[in-house]
Unconditional design. Sequence first.
Lengths: 763, 115
Amino acid sequence: MSLPHDFDASDAAVRSKVLLVDDDEVTLLLTAEALRERGFELVEAASGEQLLAMLDDWTPDIVVLDAMMPGLDGFATCQALRALAGFEYMPVLMLTGLDDEASINRAYQVGATDFLVKSTQWSLLAGRLRNLLRSSRTRLELERSKSKLARAQDLARMGSFDWRNAGGPAAAASGRSGASFGAASGASLVLAPEALRVFGLGPQEVVTLRRLVRMVPMPERRGMTRLLAEVQTQSTVLAIDVPVEMPDGRQRIVHIEAEPEFNEHGHPVGYTGIVQDVTDRRVAEDRIRHLANFDALTGLPNRRQLIWRTERALDHARRLGHQAAMLLIDLDRFKVINDTLGHAAGDELLIEVARRLRGCVRHSDQVMDAALETAGVRSHRSLEAVGRLGGDEFIALLPEVADEADAERVSQRILECMREPVWVCGQECFVTASVGISMYPVDGQSVADLMRNADVAMYSVKNTGRNNSAVYSPMLAGRGREKLELESALHKAIERNELVLHYQPKIDVRSARMVGAEALMRWQRGDTLVPPNDFIPLAEETGLIVPLSEWALREAARQAKIWSVNFGFADSIAVNLPNRMFERSDLVETIHQAVSAFGVPHRAIQLEITESGLMKDLQNVIPSLHRLTEIGVEISIDDFGTGYSSLAYLTTLPISELKIDRSFVRDLGITPQSSAVVTAIIALARSLGLRVIAEGVENLRQMEVLHRLGCTVMQGFLFSKAIPPDKLEEWLQLTVLPRKEPWLVQAGADRPDLVLTTGGRQT
Amino acid sequence: MLDAQALANLAQLDPTGASKLLSRVLTAYRGSLARLLPQLVAARAPVDLGTLKLVTHTLKSSSASIGAVDLSALCGAAELALREDRLDGLPLILDDLLIEAARVDAAVLQLLSTR
């Protein structure tokens, strides 16, 4: 530390002010002259009374006092001087002719700094004065430095302490006032006033070590006591943060840091260190930690925190050999709420859902590493929580469950708590959830495995109607993997030309003629032919149905051209389109391009839409139907009779054909109800001026009944199943023309005049 | 009567004589004698130990300062007797002290007049 003054050099430069007091004029004169000669600045006083009066408005650097004086003698003067404010540490040199021990002792008792026997050896006096002045300045600097330190410590809410082992010298922390007390062990602890303030105690307050320890609340107190003992036994550095309850009830966090001290023999004698109030820092740190680990919207643990907790929970489960469960909770149709009511409403909903979910488990917000270690074997229970993975996905972590049923009970509680309507933006919303459960250790050993499998289980719930829960099973995963593979393969199917259209002829039994065909999509995947039911739903789900449908339209147009060239085909090929295709504004353009590319008329393509698909989205589909009809593309309603058609709409819709659903056809001649339905459909079609066609005709009996009821156009296995286009041509050549089949005989029977042909074939 | 070495030491405090230190000191000393000796005489009867102690103590050191070695020694002897409560021999010492003081005063006066 560099001091502001170089004392030795400045002794001459800075003339110290000496106040000399002696009743003897001769001594006063001589001493003053001798000291002036040696560079001091002198002021003389003839008595103690005069000296005290002078100090009212002036301060010397040092006082030289004659001991024996009439009136106030030197001793009494010194005592009076010390009682004056600001003169407690003024250096006072007592001069006397008396060299007896009693006088020396008396001089020190009244507060003299030093004592010198009078003599005419002035150099001795001057030297003594310089020494006293030097130590006085050093002392002053020390005081200033100390008060600076105290102020700095005060600002930093910090204070020093000393802790001496039993038997060691009780050291003062700073030399200033402070609380000093012996502990029960005989050790001593001294806290500087600043340190006392850290604990909310006054500088004069009497405290005991026990009292300080008791300011630490219970769970932490035990840990701290143990750590203190440990540190002391091993003489290691102490660094610990402890919560402290102040006398006024405030909760603060105090950092204690101390280093061991050793005596000359290397034996530990105690500790010296500081205490600091680190509450603000800890609050800031906690805030940062909170931001990093908790979801800002719901306040729940976030993905990072969930993963951390799950890892801990799995560690415990592994060690203690019990099961744990992870529940993945995904809200059903949350997107609809977000899209229709806005994101603010969506957020509001998530907050409420988070609140409810929290109530379904023993949710603990805070988990401390230390707490985990000290709370014993059941500590992993504090890991239990609901967290938000992101979006509308939540996770409930159950660190210990007895079995699957335990986890399922929680999932039922979750589904149950969703049943109450949620008020968002002044509106009542109903929200359900799909919950997937994975169990440790059977469904996965790692966090990633458990999350993935909970996800698989959750998706299986979504696929089977939502609002339910399911426990993971490898079967689900198998299905999931299969589906994933299928999806990626389907993406490539179009470019690899693996998709094919098979055609089922439509037959007019009156004329025994083919009057059109329905195109049905097949997927030639390697050696296997994948039926539509196995990939169309997936295509619909993934959106692949759009490119698939576009391809089907082009392919049908191409086939119409080929057939028209090969055998004069002039009817239409029906292509099945999902209702979402009808919502596309470019559907008309797509069809136009498809037929133009192959030079066939628009009517070469007929579109089939299912009754349920049509009715589900009627308003969006109607404009397309009008435009399609305008350009000559006919619309057929598939599976008619199975949906709930609005008859009022039916009269105004631009459609050309109703297709009687195969379920009615199947029961024809077996149940009277089915023929009643078929009769009604035929009557309806006739009165609306629509054609009617029956599908799924498999035997002659069905054909006869339909015919009798007035439906003459049919398709079904009786005639032909859906077959590749070249096979269809073959079929026409080998079956229809030779009129070998019984249905041909029957069909033509009542109209022998009609020529049964393949249509307008030109040879 | 007056120690030459002591006087030389005094003169060294004011080597140029600019501040007339020696004159001032000797004048002050004569002032002290004029003030203290009557106090001493008065304190002998009735006996005033406090005044006797103070006067002998003060005269001891100031006399030593100007080189009045014998007078200083007599003051010291008186002071010691007073401190040790040996009052029997004290009147004799005080008589000698007063005689010596008169001689020193005359010598100082002589010294002052020659300067």
